[in-house]
Design a binder for this molecule. Structure first.
Ligand code: NAD
Length: 356
């Protein structure tokens, strides 16, 4: 098969880690008889420099006419003084909106080989950890009405958390489908003891649950979920939650796994279309030095194969290659222990490619 992929290398370490991911994809294509056709486009700081805007229309058009998008990272010190709405990171919000990416999937997977990077006690994570946070991405308080008003206590500001039933229903379905493909266990996180929007959330999740009788569902308040994630993370499998709660909980879940350089993510639209990117940013402090960890981006490419192209064996092949390289003892600087030998970005990419 031939697959069309829009590639957005972006800024900082983005082009370096994307370069390695494409090499690995090509190796998988060769092994399984697929062709991946890449169209590189600009977004972020480099697009501001070349086109005067962080998300040129051409980029949106290429993404729309592709089967999937693979993104490195955007942003950097050079553009830090620009006003908020002109900054490179605005490109991410624009892409989510233009491409209808309403579901964010963030696996928090603790590789056995990196168990020591986990900040929790070994007995808490014994046997590994494998959680997916499904976060609603285009609704809630980040997109609700906002403004300022005068009050008796002086000027005040507000942001409205609002969810329509349909917004909850579609993200709940993504999460239930994910649970069906995994261990048939779903935790929905809300604050239904206080928030009206959360009561609606809980009611709709219960409605959708009727279509998935095999899935065991439980509801957690967000404060309890935050606590349980560090107390007993193994009780979780798939977590579904709103935009703001997901933002916070997915970062917490990621930290449990150790390095940010290992974590992939997917943002999905209706149908199979998705945008895949590492969780980390453009890391300007280490850009251009061949020391960035490319594994998060390589694992994002694996997610793309699994979720958009339905190529499960090929995705497994990439994940197993990453595991092999870790098991063989190779480490980038971010995941190396004190005194351990360090391997560069390009060499790690080559080793993973070789293991395919
Ligand atoms: P960051 O994730 O870029 O870096 C945080 C720390 O982690 C840094 O010390 C960095 O060196 C390290 N790190 C990150 N990725 C790494 C990797 N693959 N290998 C090894 N070390 C890695 O976060 P930040 O410093 O807060 O942000 C830097 C820039 O990236 C900012 O402009 C920010 O707005 C942007 N950003 C972009 C995205 C995105 O494109 N999705 C996400 C977050 C931040």
């Amino acid at each position: 098969m031939n697959y069309k992929i829009a590639v957005i290398p972006g800024d900082g370490i983005g082009p370096e880690v994307i370069g390695e991911a494409l090499k690995v994809l090509d190796a998988v294509g060769e092994k399984y008889g697929h062709t991946f056709e890449y169209t590189k486009v600009l977004a972020g700081g480099c697009a501001i420099d070349e086109k005067g805007e962080c998300l040129p229309q051409e980029t949106v058009d290429v993404c729309r006419s592709s089967d999937a998008v693979l993104l490195g990272a955007v942003g950097g010190w050079k553009w830090d003084t620009l006003p908020g709405d002109k900054r490179p990171e605005r490109a991410l919000l624009g892409l989510r909106k233009e491409l209808g990416l309403f579901a964010n999937l963030r696996p928090a997977l603790l590789f056995e080989e990196l168990a020591e990077a986990c900040p929790l006690k070994p007995e808490i994570v014994e046997g590994g950890l494998d959680i997916v946070v499904v976060r609603e991405l285009t609704g809630g308080i980040y997109f609700g009405e906002k403004g300022t008003v005068d009050t008796d206590l002086g000027p005040a500001a507000y942001d409205v958390e609002q969810y329509a039933e349909e917004e909850v229903r579609r993200i709940a379905k993504v999460a239930f489908d994910m649970a069906m493909k995994r261990n048939k266990k779903l935790t929905s996180v809300d604050k239904a003891n206080v928030l009206e929007s959360s009561r609606l959330w809980r009611r709709i999740v219960a409605e959708v649950a009727e279509d998935y009788p095999e899935v065991e569902v439980n509801n957690f308040y967000v404060d309890n979920a935050a606590m349980q994630l560090v107390r007993n993370p193994k009780q979780f499998d798939v977590i579904v939650t709103s935009n703001i709660f997901g933002d916070i909980l997915s970062d917490e879940a990621s930290m449990i796994t150790g390095s940010i350089g290992m974590l992939p993510s997917a943002s999905l639209a209706n149908g199979n279309f998705g945008m895949y990117e590492p969780v980390h940013g453009s890391a300007p402090d280490i850009a251009g030095q061949d020391i960035a960890n490319p594994m998060a981006t390589i694992l994002s490419a694996a997610m793309m194969l699994r979720y958009t192209f339905g190529l499960g064996d090929e995705a497994d092949c990439i994940e197993n290659a990453v595991k092999k390289v870790l098991a063989d003892g190779y480490r980038t600087a971010d995941i190396a222990k004190d005194g351990e030998a360090v391997t560069g970005t390009a060499e790690i990419g080559r080793l993973i490619k070789e293991a395919i």
